[in-house]
Design a protein around this ligand. Structure first.
Ligand code: IPD
Ligand code: CA
Length: 296
């Protein structure tokens, strides 16, 4: 992705709140769809970057549903989706959507997949030229939706709000030592990328408490936000994998960076953790970066 320094404007608070509400509504609807309309046998309908990079008919149908919902309510906004949606808007806002994040888990009926819906300011095609203003990650298996608006905090709400379960505010873990860090990570689909990621793991694994490969970047980021892992780092992500989770982590008091200290996350690297840990994790994943000392 090209690099840019353009700083887009943040919409006003009322607009942010409305966008967050729409993210929750749309992500919840798509989550119900992929769970409840799942065909008895989900087949692979195509492969993308490699034979392991699959797309199911439900990825496509979920993206079509989200596309229609967004265009009905927000016809002037752009849309960028994992399965090919690429609509230029006129408002300066773009919906960045992953219709099923964790497609391989979905295919194998492993209940760790999500629908990720974010609204971003700026151009999500260009690294560093955008930031999320509202987002929701819906977890169809647990019937929960995790969400945030910029400045509104990060929350988990039940899919059915009439069930009497109150929304819970999210907060990142306070862990500050690598040796006690439970680190989520993931691997790309191309085998040469995986070979490099495996080399990084040789360096990382002896230094942390353990690693988790959950299989959905959006849920990994939510786990950082709710403190159920201490940190997350992965290279090779696209904007749709990370847009909503990025904001949810920040609104839960965490930090999300890329390969550069204080730089934005993206394809080169995405690192998410609490303040005391993020730089230690980044330097583990960036060969040659100055090692950040662990606190005493
Ligand atoms: C993938 C998942 C996975 C991550 C990959 C992503 P998909 O997204 O988020 O956890 O490791 O980098 O591509 O293909 O399931 O939407
Ligand atoms: Ca994804």
């Amino acid at each position: 992705m090209a690099e840019s320094r353009a700083v887009p404007a943040l919409p006003d608070g009322v607009t942010v709140a409305e966008l967050e509400r729409l993210c929750v509504t749309f992500a919840t609807e798509a989550a119900g769809f992929v769970r409840d309309e799942r065909p008895p046998k989900v087949g692979v309908s195509a492969t993308k970057s490699s034979e392991t990079d699959v797309v199911t008919v439900m990825d496509r149908r979920s993206e079509e549903l989200l596309h229609a919902l967004i265009q009905q309510s927000r016809p002037d906004d752009g849309i960028l989706g994992e399965e090919g949606a690429d609509v230029a808007g006129t408002s300066g806002l773009t919906w960045v959507i992953d219709p099923i994040d964790g497609t391989v888990n979905y295919l194998y009926e492993i209940p760790a997949y999500a629908v990720s819906v974010a609204v971003v300011a700026g151009d999500p095609h260009t690294h560093g030229a955008w930031f999320p203003v509202a987002g929701a990650v819906a977890d169809p298996s647990l019937r929960l939706v995790h969400h945030a608006g910029r400045g509104t905090g990060a929350w988990t709400t039940p899919e059915d709000p009439s069930g009497g379960v109150a929304p819970a505010r999210l907060a990142v873990s306070g862990e500050d030592r690598l040796a006690r860090t439970l680190l989520a990570t993931g691997f790309g689909y191309a085998s040469e990328v995986r070979a490099r990621q495996a080399e990084v793991m040789l360096r990382v694994l002896p230094l942390v408490r353990d690693i988790r490969r959950i299989g959905s970047a959006a849920l990994d980021l939510v786990r950082v936000a709710d403190g159920s892992v201490d940190a997350y780092a992965e290279s090779g992500l696209n904007a749709w994998d990370l847009a909503a989770g990025w904001l949810i982590v920040e609104e839960a008091g965490g930090v999300v960076v890329g390969e550069r200290r204080d730089g934005p996350p993206g394809t080169m690297l995405t690192v998410a953790a609490g303040h005391a840990l993020v730089e230690q994790v980044r330097t583990l994943f960036v060969p040659g970066a100055d090692a950040a000392p662990e606190p005493d």
